[in-house]
Design a protein around this ligand. Structure first.
Ligand SMILES: [Zn+2]
Length: 203
């Protein structure tokens, strides 16, 4: 690309652009550079633009924050992979013991029935259901530490919600702040999980 990012600071080159399919469903996030390539090669059209421009010797283009791919109507569906991160997302970054939301660095996943009690309580081996959606919940590190090897009824705790295996997980996970700042919010109603990031939490 022969574009010059006029008066561009690193922020501009690092700006991310939301990519929609032709039906305006978010399919991915891309770099500004790639978005401009898609626009200039007429593979995409701008949907939301900023008041700033990037210029080449021959043309100037308004910086897009949302683009739509021409003639591409499908969208990726995510198989709901079992992972620690997805357990945390399933539970909306909310500790299932104390009910409070935390930043990612203060969150863990916790086995509702702990390892040392599993076989006795369930009559199953650890391979049978121990580390699965139904025995794992999002927990803050403080609750996780306090719970230890105990069962909930032994300490008078209750789960905020019974753990479950989600049938569907949106393809993109985007913070509400970013979506708002970049003008993406109106397009984030489908196939996007908006996360309200918690920056600091005193305890
Ligand atoms: Zn907690």
């Amino acid at each position: 690309m022969g574009f010059i990012f006029f008066s561009a600071g690193a922020w501009m080159i690092n700006s991310e652009v939301l990519v929609l399919n032709s039906g305006f469903i978010p399919i991915r996030i891309t770099s500004l550079k790639e978005a401009i390539c898609l626009l200039t090669s007429e593979k995409a059209v701008p949907v939301v633009e900023e008041d700033r421009y990037v210029r080449s010797p021959s043309i100037s283009i308004r910086i897009p924050s949302v683009i739509s791919i021409i003639g591409y109507s499908s969208f990726p569906r995510k198989r709901v992979a079992f992972s620690k991160l997805n357990v945390i997302y399933r539970d909306d970054m909310k500790c299932q013991f104390c009910g409070r939301r935390f930043s990612m660095r203060d969150l863990t996943v916790d086995h509702v029935i702990p390892r040392s009690r599993w076989e006795l309580i369930t009559g199953k081996t650890l391979r049978e259901g121990f580390s699965t959606w139904k025995n794992l919940v999002c927990a803050c590190r403080w609750c996780n530490g306090r719970k230890g090897n105990r069962l909930l009824h032994e300490i008078g705790w209750q789960l905020l919600r019974e753990p479950f295996e989600p049938e569907y997980m949106p393809h993109l996970v985007i913070s509400v702040d970013k979506a708002r700042n970049r003008g993406w919010l109106p397009f984030c109603t489908f196939n996007v999980k908006l996360i309200d990031m918690v920056r600091t939490e005193s305890y």
